[in-house]
Write a protein that binds this ligand. Structure first.
Ligand code: GRF
Length: 200
């Protein structure tokens, strides 16, 4: 049973997709702890509903980024977390945290990386005029949305798309690929070779 720690800042629909797969038995995992950096994050409510331990940790209560990251490391370590899943966590985790959980932090991003990293990737995709976009699950490294890619899924960009409609279509795919990537991790099928992740 893989012990997971989740970081989320918002509505938590990706968190929900993982909870659902755990509850149906498709993912042999347990969410040990959800941490949010936002008190009002709906993700906290979802955790509560499913009796998952959750904490709001206010970054402003810490002297600096490293202290905040240390707190998160300590909380996850106390609960023997083996994989950290960032699910809509709007905070950039620095090298201190990433190195502690080396190759054991996943992130999901709503674009086909390396296109459109950072904020508002769906808006960037529309502004650029791409015909295909999608989502990416990757291991987090020290850069912004730059780590080794695990799975990507594509979505057509339609002529009449706006940011909302494109985001909604991408989100549906996100809910499919995040649990898939976690399952591959559980089955020890992900081999990182430089920038690439080979699925064995
Ligand atoms: C998702 O689009 C995810 O890819 C991005 O932030 C959004 C979070 O959505 N990093 P939710 O909180 O999981 O519903």
């Amino acid at each position: 049973m893989l012990k997971i720690g989740v970081l989320a800042s918002g509505r938590g629909s990706n968190l929900q997709s993982i909870i659902d797969k755990i509850e149906t038995g498709e993912l042999e995992a347990k969410i040990q702890l959800l941490i949010s950096d936002r008190e009002k994050a709906f993700a906290l409510k979802r955790a509560e509903k499913h009796r998952i331990d959750s904490l709001y940790i206010n970054p402003n209560d810490y002297r600096n980024k490293k202290n905040y990251e240390q707190k998160l490391i300590d909380l996850f370590k106390e609960r023997e977390v083996e994989l950290v899943v960032m699910a809509g966590f709007m905070r950039f985790m620095g090298s201190y945290f990433i190195n502690h959980f080396k190759n054991r932090v996943m992130n999901i991003h709503p674009s086909l990386l390396p296109s459109f990293p950072g904020l508002h990737p769906q808006r960037q995709a529309l502004e650029y005029g791409v015909k295909v976009s999608g989502c990416t699950v990757h291991f987090a490294d020290e850069g912004m949305d730059t780590g080794p890619i695990i799975i990507q899924e594509t979505v057509s960009v339609l002529d009449n798309d706006d940011e909302d409609s494109l985001s909604t279509r991408i989100l549906k795919k996100e809910h499919q690929i995040y649990p898939k990537a976690i399952k591959l991790f559980i089955e020890d099928k992900l081999k990182i070779e430089g920038r690439s992740v080979r699925i064995i």
